[in-house]
Design a protein around this ligand. Structure first.
Ligand SMILES: Nc1ncnc2c1ncn2[C@@H]1O[C@H](COP(=O)(O)OP(=O)(O)OP(=O)(O)O)[C@@H](O)[C@H]1O
Length: 249
């Protein structure tokens, strides 16, 4: 008798979403397993941010379903998603500049019991030694890159089963990019799944198990991150034609 595969941690089926009358996503099917790192790639305006927002409930879903941990997510309720373990660190997330790093993190766990909250803050800081060393400083005293790491740490306080990161490396120096992607690796080792939107394709692929490419609101490619012909397939997915050397020059 065949053994049925376990349901993935996240399963998105036939998802349509957009902004009012502007349809952006035209029926998206994707899945992420527990502990899997998946990159979502695609050209500017493809709909990557829109897809993360629809999954986490920041945008209403016009059609289709989002199942997480075996249950339907109530659309339009990002807090319920976070409570279920699906945490979305939005692009360009701003931290509170007038309160300390520690207080920024405590706020991210505001609904947890006090002792647990303190433990979670320490756990989140353990991923980022640079900001742990500045825990008493105000958020505004951190560099832009450190503030971005603090935003990721705020997501970690919620101890997600799936962390969705929207361009976490945007504007970061190469050293900090590697630090953030190193955190993705560390999360995977601890069994946390990650859905990563990134412009730095090669760096994203280096930490990923699988990749999806989105173009004009359609998923146009799904592949293992280590597949040999992936650069060419991504080019075709991005540009709708074969443009040798553009991505792997
Ligand atoms: N608030 C909005 N109102 C109306 N249209 C929007 C809004 N935000 C995004 N769009 C449109 O939705 C489409 C998809 O945008 P989205 O930001 O999801 O793309 P993206 O793949 O994340 O791009 P980028 O890599 O540039 O961030 C684009 O055509 C964009 O102009």
């Amino acid at each position: 008798m065949p053994i049925s595969a376990p349901e993935p941690l996240l399963e998105v089926g036939g998802l349509r979403s957009g902004y009012g009358k502007i349809a952006v996503l035209h029926g998206i099917d994707l899945h992420i397993g527990a502990g899997e790192v998946v990159s979502l790639l695609g050209p500017n305006g493809a709909g990557k941010t829109t897809l993360l927002r629809a999954i986490s409930g920041l945008l209403p879903v016009t059609a289709g379903r989002v199942r997480f941990g075996g249950a339907d997510l109530a659309g339009g309720d990002p807090r319920a998603a976070a409570r279920a373990g699906l945490v979305h660190v939005i692009e360009g997330h701003r931290v509170f500049t007038q309160i300390s790093v520690t207080d920024n993190l405590l706020l991210a766990g505001y609904d947890l019991p006090r002792r647990e909250r303190a433990e979670r803050v320490e756990e989140a800081l353990s991923y980022f030694p640079e900001i742990a060393a500045k825990r008493q400083d105000k958020g505004g005293a951190l560099s832009g890159g450190q503030q971005q790491m603090l935003a990721v740490a705020q997501g970690l306080v919620q101890r997600p089963r799936l962390l969705m990161l929207d361009e976490p490396s945007a504007g970061l120096s190469p050293v900090l990019v590697d630090r953030v992607l190193g955190v993705v690796r560390a999360l995977k080792e601890r069994g946390t799944a990650v859905l990563l939107v990134e412009q730095l394709i090669e760096k994203a692929l280096a930490v990923s198990d699988r990749v999806y490419a989105l173009a004009q609101g359609h998923l146009v490619l799904e592949a293992g991150a280590g597949e040999a012909d992936l650069p060419h397939r991504l080019e075709r997915a991005y540009f709708g034609q074969d443009v040798p050397n553009a991505l792997h020059a």
